[in-house]
Write a new protein. Structure first.
Length: 99
């Protein structure tokens, strides 16, 4: 667990997805000293996921993301490495050149 926690910055959250038999061991100081959080989710099935998407559409809830062109993918990766990405990057596949 520690290698994953080390990837998360201050005030970051590590989310365990799905059923696991046991939580891997880690030193609690790794959470406390950098104000990190550990959370978990079982993830709903198709019906629950569709209900969530319908709810979001009905209430105008949108993801926080930044659309980048395929040509800017290296710049986006560099920004991610520098923690300069405010939201998630989503690659605009319409900008992919056809060959």
């Amino acid at each position: 667990m520690t290698p994953y926690l080390n990837l998360v910055g201050r005030d970051g959250i590590v989310v365990l997805i799905g059923a696991i038999d046991m939580v891997p061991r880690f030193h609690s100081g790794n959470l406390l000293m950098r104000r990190r959080s550990l959370s978990a989710s079982m993830i709903g099935g198709i019906v629950e996921t569709q209900e969530l998407l319908d709810f979001c559409a009905h209430h105008g809830i949108l993801p926080e993301c930044e659309l980048i062109a395929m040509a800017d993918i290296n710049e986006g990766f560099g920004r991610m490495e520098r923690n300069d990405a405010k939201y998630r990057f989503v690659i605009d596949m319409a900008t992919l050149e056809r060959k």
